[in-house]
Design a protein around this ligand. Structure first.
Ligand code: BGC
Length: 261
């Protein structure tokens, strides 16, 4: 039987106190990894993720940091390395959609904040983790992008720019490290039911509109992303690097084009 086996690996999952990050942390632990549960402000949620992982016999610890601060991100990675003895898997999951505002009616400071969290944060964490991974000649970095690395989204120019940027960062980092035993990949989720898009799925009219944009006609569940992340982090994906895997129920196959055109 083929199994995803991450036994003996340490994974750092950013933004693991909620949404996709919680599911990713839990799934990596189910596959046998020791998991560093990063959070910024959701201490109680991070603690309950740690408790849930321990309850299934796994190893986990919560680590606070503001990853948009380069020094804090570097410290986070060092702390994880000190506590667990290595960082073999980094999942750059922490991110924010930002406030909806078209360019010109938006706030430049807010634009920069989205870029700082969604793009610079993954860069700072990856930069720090690379030192450890290069020393061990082993590692996997997975950046959580979005279908919006491909699809423009009115009112979310900072988010789309950050995610498209993160996609090219993924490819460049993969190219720089392909001969060093380090794989770098992106996962692009579509609309997954988490607190980030609760205002959309909790309203029947906007949920109906969103479902029409998904070929499978439904939102995804967090484990449907987490399972792909676990696969990519494992040796089953040993020949994969420098690419984005979309996990979107067919958002990117233009379901509107099933008719007409
Ligand atoms: C965003 C969600 C949105 C989804 C589909 C994701 O990247 O975070 O808020 O529902 O894309 O548009």
């Amino acid at each position: 039987m083929i199994q995803i086996d991450l036994t003996g690996r340490t994974a750092l999952v950013t933004g693991a106190s909620g949404g996709l990050g919680t599911a990713i942390a839990h799934t990596l632990a189910q596959a046998g990894a020791a998991v560093a549960v990063h959070y910024r402000s959701g201490r109680a949620q991070a603690d309950s993720v740690v408790t849930a992982i321990k309850a299934i016999g796994g190893r986990a610890q919560a680590f606070p940091a503001d990853i948009s601060d380069p020094e804090a991100a570097a410290r986070l990675v060092q702390d994880v390395d000190r506590v667990f003895g290595s960082v073999d898997i980094l999942v750059n999951n922490a991110g924010m959609d930002g406030t909806c505002a078209v360019v010109g009616k938006d706030d430049p400071q807010h634009w920069q904040q989205v870029l700082a969290v969604d793009l610079a944060g993954p860069y700072y964490c990856a930069r720090a983790a690379l030192g450890i991974m290069q020393k061990n000649a082993r590692g996997v970095i997975i950046n959580v992008t979005s279908v919006h690395e491909f699809i423009p989204w009115k009112g979310y120019s900072a988010y789309t720019a950050a995610k498209a940027g993160l996609s090219m960062f993924t490819k460049t980092l993969a190219q720089e490290n392909a001969d060093k035993g380090i794989r770098v990949l992106a996962v692009a989720p579509g609309a997954i039911q988490t607190p980030i898009n609760e205002s959309v799925w909790s309203d029947p009219a906007s949920l109906k509109d969103l479902d029409k944009k998904i070929a499978m006609g439904r939102l995804g569940e967090p484990p449907e992303i987490a399972q792909v992340v676990a696969f990519l982090a494992s040796d089953l994906a040993s020949y994969m690097t420098g690419t984005t895997v979309a996990v979107d129920g067919g958002m990117l196959i233009y379901p509107q084009f099933r008719h007409g055109g």
